[in-house]
Design a protein around this ligand. Structure first.
Ligand code: 4AD
Ligand code: MG
Length: 451
């Protein structure tokens, strides 16, 4: 059996040859004496056209009725069609129905709303949009692994069940077998799904120097926005003997690497997004790729820019405050591309970020990009034992449960930094898809876990 991917890549080799393919019918247009099946076999984004004729097929009358969604096996002649919109077609000599599709198959070629498709996450992958999104997702994961592997990073698998709140934001999902009493429950204490792999990966950076985790994270954040999911994937590198500049350089190199990777390796998908999801997407990404250096500003300067703008923001920008989506949007427009915002007020950032000498700000850095806003949150870590302990005390954190983490500062601690990239946010940035629910296979959001 031959794959469509191969037929597209090596069309000339198959000219006028007998071939056999299997796939799913996207569309079947039956005429009186002949018909056309548009078939996708999953091996690539593109479909191929199968032409069938009454005088070529014993079961012509059956084939005419084959429904969209059905799986078929086709034998026939491969013919180059240089004068047609598609480069080749298959002239069928045998078409066998492998798996029938019922009449109410919902993924008909007409355009469905994204909301409708979200109710059918198990079937929507057979549409063009989701076929493109999820193949790209796979390629992006591969690109990220390649990026770090080429740079000698060690890939660490950190746990999903943990007894700590890594970000200290209280957005934890509990894990229980009996919800009555944590002390008599499975782990003898309260445990949770992890919100970040960072705390567990930092000790590995003190052994392997440069490391990363890549896994699912969970947040019980009750924000019903287009950018928040309750279960999402994060890539978290951690680098030793490194400061905030090194961290931002690494993040920038990684983003550029991934953009270049998808432009080089996923042209069909990227052209589809450019044409049907966001016009001008490829040019936008190329512009980012060709930016010599992403803008880098302090949070203080970012607020000043926002305050000086003539915009009528719904949320007043505050020197001590977080950036709202509208602020992020303004800043990426202002800089006409991605921008790192660093040195944030300590009160709105996590306990592990390095305190600046002003005692007010920390060495945190968020990367904002056009469209998706914050896609990366990172920082230089507080490596000074006394300062870290003082900060944890100030925040009323239970030091005993994080004593193991603090050990990294007790035994050979060193300057280090890292970041977390939200994989779905990156995918939204790369595809132009504007809702996180459409880049997750089975999205989990508040009140939504049906599949
Ligand atoms: O900024 P965050 O909270 O940073 C951390 O978790 C650090 N521990 C990372 C580190 O330094 N190792 O999250 C990192 C990124 C965000 O920039 C965003 O892209 C994504 O994770 N993210 C979410 N994506 C989807 N849904 C949510 N609810 C998200 N929360 C964060
Ligand atoms: Mg953040």
């Amino acid at each position: 059996m031959i794959l469509l991917k191969d037929l597209y890549q090596n069309s000339k080799d198959y000219s006028d040859k007998q071939i056999e393919v299997s796939g799913w019918i996207r569309n079947n247009r039956a005429q009186k004496e002949f018909g056309f099946i548009d078939m996708n076999d999953g091996s690539c984004f593109k479909t191929c056209q199968i032409v069938y004729e009454a005088n070529n097929l014993d079961n012509f009358k059956d084939v005419q009725k084959f429904r969209n969604g059905a799986s078929v096996n086709v034998k026939g002649k491969f013919v180059l069609t240089p004068d047609m919109p598609q480069p080749f077609e298959i002239k069928a000599e045998e078409i066998i129905l492998l798996g029938d599709s019922q009449e109410d198959y919902p993924m008909q070629p007409k355009r469905h709303t994204r909301e409708f498709l979200r109710e059918k996450p198990h079937l929507r992958v057979r549409t063009n949009l989701f076929s493109a999104v999820f193949r790209l997702r796979s390629e992006v994961a591969y690109a990220i692994h390649s990026f770090f592997h080429e740079r000698n990073f060690v890939y660490v698998n950190t746990p999903l069940i943990t007894s700590n709140d890594g970000e200290g934001a209280g957005q934890l999902f509990g894990v229980v077998t009996n919800s009555e009493n944590p002390e008599t429950d499975f782990f003898g204490k309260k445990v949770f799904l992890t919100v970040t792999g960072q705390l567990h990966v930092e000790p590995y950076a003190m052994a392997f120097r440069n490391v990363y985790t890549f896994g699912p994270t969970f947040r019980a954040e009750n924000s019903n926005t287009q950018k928040h999911a309750s279960e999402f994937w994060m890539v978290e590198p951690e680098i030793a003997f490194a400061d905030l500049d090194d961290e931002e350089n690494l993040a920038e190199d990684m983003i550029k690497y991934v953009i270049k990777y998808v432009l080089d390796h996923c042209p069909s998908e990227m052209e589809f997004f450019d044409k049907f999801v966001e016009k001008g997407l490829i040019d936008r990404l190329k512009a980012v790729l060709n930016t010599e250096k992403f803008a880098r500003i302090t949070h203080h300067d970012a607020i000043t820019i926002l305050k000086n703008s003539k915009e009528n923001f719904e949320n007043e920008p505050e020197y001590g405050g977080d950036l709202a989506t509208e602020h992020e949007k303004y800043l990426t427009r202002y800089f006409n591309g991605p921008v790192f915002v660093h040195d944030w007020p300590k009160d709105i950032k996590a306990f592990y970020m390095k305190l600046n000498d002003d005692n007010e700000t920390v060495r945190g850095s968020d990367l904002l990009v056009p469209g998706s806003g914050e896609i990366i949150g990172g920082s230089q870590r507080e490596e000074r034992l006394d300062v870290l302990l003082k900060r944890m005390e100030e925040l009323g954190m239970n030091e005993a449960t994080l004593d193991w983490y603090v050990d990294t500062r007790r035994y050979g601690g060193c300057k280090h930094a890292g970041f977390g990239l939200g994989v779905e946010r990156l995918l939204m940035f790369l595809t132009g898809v504007d809702n996180i629910r459409d880049v997750l296979s089975y999205p989990r959001t508040p009140n939504n876990c049906d599949f």
